[in-house]
Design a protein. Structure first.
Length: 86
């Protein structure tokens, strides 16, 4: 393995995937990136959390969290699929 040349991450991918791949992402890929951004920045679907003191709601189960993320993805797909306003 010491004889193998090291290739920087991302090198050579343009030739393998096509020149316009970065610009021509599918709507599902854009919706997924949007969903990840919203979920990470807002804590979407996680529930009340485990902070100090009393909590109004119990934390969500893994199934409820997954359902919330799937619903968010569907909403993001709907937004991305809309035609832009002119």
């Amino acid at each position: 393995m010491a004889d193998e040349p090291t290739v920087p991450a991302g090198a050579g991918q343009k030739g393998e995937m096509g020149e316009g791949r970065a610009q021509a992402r599918t709507r599902d890929e854009v919706a997924l990136e949007l969903m990840k951004f919203v979920a990470v920045t807002t804590g979407y679907g996680k529930g009340a959390g485990s902070g100090a003191g009393f909590s109004g709601k119990p934390t969500r189960s893994a199934e409820e969290y997954a359902d919330a993320l799937l619903q968010l993805f569907d909403r993001c797909r709907t937004v991305v699929a809309k035609d832009p306003q002119k």
